[in-house]
Design a protein around this ligand. Structure first.
Ligand code: MRU
Length: 348
């Protein structure tokens, strides 16, 4: 699946498959300006660290177009555009790919200080398309790096959705699984349902089922029993940000899965592109954890499931300490402990 993020030249817009309505409805969300892009990011029309990075890259282009249409001749366009880029970069706090993509686009701009808006629009659209295409290639390389970790007959448990829908296509955590299947191995997947947004039940199950890879959905709280019964041979999850020491932020509940994997001796892998590693964040305690609206927890769809007036927690991510991670699968190979050294070497 690679058509869920599309730039339409005809509409000069970014068209996104609206992930809020999957798997029952395939609806499209059109982004023509920064307000649309930020809404798509905040309400999670598009989600998953690499996918929001790709969206942010197109968002920068749309920001430049918007400024050009509003006041092409005004001298202060640089400040106006800069403020819009910051809006995109801060739409969600945890996944580093959002900031990474905006920084990359800013770098292209900074190398051409005298460029006018029309010129900037041109080079940014090309750059966004490049970020988009490279993400797909990176995911395939993650698959190639990690496929050898999966044995014929394995059942792999994953948490949240780090598949095609969370990237430009192919996925991060699901990439080694897809690659192992392409090598002819028999692999099945357990998708944790992943309350409250249900990325596992709705999205991971949707894309794997659609692609003919056997998948079963489990309630989040079934993980210990499944491992105790020997039904899980490997865990592979994605990441939203990996600190310089290998601590990895991923969807809330991932840390619990890692503790259980350690208890039952199940290898626990994190799969992510190098762009998700943030060498500027020393360790996991410094990763900002997004808190999302209470309504995601108090309601399932339109049905209220908690009493009126009762408060809830809705932390969107947790951080798995590096010591619980058996390997970090990247497009440049599989990193192993000690991660501080392995990551420093990668960025040298
Ligand atoms: O809140 P989301 O859906 O954007 O969070 C995404 C995740 O946490 C995914 O599990 C993921 O591993 C990172 S994206 C490949």
């Amino acid at each position: 699946m690679t058509d869920h993020i599309q730039y339409s030249p005809e509409h000069d817009a970014l068209i996104l498959l609206d992930q809020r309505y999957l798997p029952t409805r395939e609806e499209w969300f059109v982004c023509k300006n920064v307000k649309d892009v930020c809404e798509a990011l905040v309400v999670m029309v598009v989600r998953g660290a690499p996918a929001i990075g790709v969206t942010a890259a197109y968002g920068c282009y749309l920001a430049a177009r918007e400024v050009q249409h509003a006041a092409p001749a005004v001298d202060s366009w640089r400040e106006t555009l800069s403020a819009k880029l910051e809006e995109i970069a801060t739409a969600r706090p945890t996944a580093v790919n959002l900031r990474w993509a905006v920084k990359l686009m800013r770098g292209v701009w900074e190398r051409r200080p005298d460029i006018d808006l029309e010129g900037l629009c041109k080079i940014w659209l090309e750059k966004a398309k490049q970020v988009h295409a490279e993400d797909l290639a990176t995911c395939r390389a993650i698959g190639a790096s990690g496929a050898g970790l999966i044995a014929d007959g394995d059942t792999v448990l994953t948490h949240c959705n780090a598949g095609a829908l969370a990237t430009a296509g192919y996925g991060t955590a699901l990439a080694p699984i897809r690659a192992a299947v392409e090598q002819g191995k028999h692999v099945s997947v357990i998708a944790d349902e992943t309350r409250p947004f249900l990325q596992g039940a709705r999205l991971t199950a949707y894309e794997l089922h659609r692609d003919g890879i056997p998948v079963k959905v489990a309630c989040d709280n079934a993980c210990a029993l499944l491992m105790q019964r020997g039904l899980v041979q490997k865990v592979i999850v994605g990441a939203d940000r990996i600190a310089a020491n290998g601590d990895a932020a991923n969807k809330i509940g991932t840390f619990g899965v890692a503790i259980l994997a350690h208890e039952f001796g199940v290898p626990f892998y994190v799969a992510a592109p190098v762009s998700t590693i943030d060498p500027e964040t020393a360790d996991g305690s410094l990763i900002p954890i997004e808190e999302r609206p209470a309504r995601e927890v108090t309601h399932v769809g339109t049905t209220q499931i908690t009493p009126d007036g009762v408060d809830v927690f809705n932390f969107a991510f947790d951080v798995t300490p590096a010591r619980l991670i058996s390997g970090i699968i990247t497009e440049k190979g599989v990193l192993t402990a000690p991660y501080t050294e392995a990551i420093a070497k990668l960025f040298k």
